[in-house]
Design a binder for this molecule. Structure first.
Ligand code: TYM
Length: 343
């Protein structure tokens, strides 16, 4: 029997997950659980680049955890944990940082986006972001990374770093491939990429009333009720096709025909189909989200499985770069100075 390849991905807990996260990462990642060793995690330290509200962060971590589980992640089969519970990631990030030019990081989109949003002096975490992400990936001998198209540049950094490391120190790290699926960039309510920072998201498990309101706010063309309309160019239909495919065919036909079928009707049909589709998962989400202690336990059990993989990689990496650590002497042979002495 051959060892299965590894699929790994992460979500940053800076908001409750939205349809873009689901279609771009969660759903494709879960579909890989049959053929791959799957390692999925919550990138909580990445969230600190933008989030300064400890309570909100804690809440989003549980939201992301409950979302994955509600969508079908089986923690017996997938190693599922918090990034912060495997601290080897910082050691690898430092080693990788020493191989990468600062100029590359300043051209990266996490830094450039912050500048574009008017930040005069983005924090060093934003600049360093792609290196920590590369460490997340390379630490676990990852072969494929299911992500949305917006993460492609970060994946290039991870590939580049694995290549540089192997070039300098000999073959040590697996070079990962991005896996960008059938929903590379899901549009938000304004028709541009759905993104937490743009305020155009539709949360995956929004209660029905909020879900309907958000769907009704999706931007559409200005065609009249009886005009023929092009489904291919509409966000409502794009989302419907991905999320409720059985409703998408009839909707496309009615839009093209026009007669008596306006954008409001299409949105209502989409809402009904989506609500029916997501309803059972939403119920599971609410039950899981209500038991934080259980979520902590699940994530800690996942971290216990992830850590030995990370430790094995780090042993190889340290050896390769020449950081050999002699084993610590037994405690009783250590002479601890009581106080003072300095220097
Ligand atoms: P994050 O939290 O912004 O997004 C999580 C995943 O959702 C995908 N995604 C989308 N896909 C399609 N259309 C959209 N509108 C859309 N919005 C978000 C993202 O592409 C991503 O796959 N840097 C990562 C988190 C991370 C990570 C990692 C990912 C940290 N370490 C290692 C993979 C591997 C991020 O901020 O994703």
């Amino acid at each position: 029997m051959t060892t299965p390849k590894t699929s790994l991905t992460g979500i940053k807990p800076t908001a409750t997950p939205h349809l873009g996260n689901y279609l771009g990462a969660i759903r494709p990642a879960l579909r890989l659980a049959e053929q791959y060793r799957t390692i999925y995690f919550i990138a909580d330290y990445h969230a600190l680049t933008t989030l300064r509200d400890p309570q909100a962060l804690q809440g989003y971590i549980y939201d992301v955890a409950a979302t994955w589980l509600a969508c079908g992640l089986d923690p017996e089969r997938t190693i599922f944990f918090r990034q912060s519970q495997v601290i080897e990631v910082f050691e690898l990030a430092w080693i990788l940082a020493c191989l990468f030019g600062t100029g590359h990081l300043l051209r990266g989109h996490s830094y450039k986006d912050a500048i574009a949003k008017g930040q005069k002096d983005p924090n060093a975490g934003i600049t360093f972001y792609p290196i920590l992400m590369a460490a997340d990936i390379l630490l676990y001998d990852t072969h494929v990374v299911p992500v949305g198209k917006d993460q492609k540049q970060h994946l290039e950094v991870a590939r580049d770093l694995a290549g540089r490391f192997n070039h300098h120190f000999g073959p040590t790290l697996v070079v990962p491939e991005p896996l960008i699926g059938e929903a590379p960039l899901v549009p938000g309510t304004d028709g541009t990429k759905m993104s937490k920072s743009k305020g155009n998201t539709i949360p995956l498990f929004a209660p029905p009333k909020q879900l309907r309101k958000l769907i009704m706010s999706i931007k559409t063309g200005s065609e009249g009720l009886d005009d023929p309309k092009d489904p291919d160019r509409s966000t409502v239909w794009q989302l419907c096709r991905q999320l409720a495919p059985e409703a998408a065919g009839p909707m496309a036909e009615k839009l093209r025909r026009g007669v008596g079928y306006g954008w409001g009707h299409a949105k209502q049909d989409f809402f009904e189909a989506l609500d029916a589709e997501l309803g059972p998962m939403r119920e599971r989400f609410e039950a899981l989200r209500g038991d934080e202690a259980q979520l902590d336990e699940t994530l800690a059990a996942g971290a216990a499985k992830a850590r030995p993989i990370a430790q094995a990689t780090m042993a190889r990496v340290r050896e390769a770069v020449g950081i050999r650590r002699p084993p610590c002497p037994p405690k009783e042979t250590l002479r601890l100075k009581k106080s003072g002495g300095g220097g």
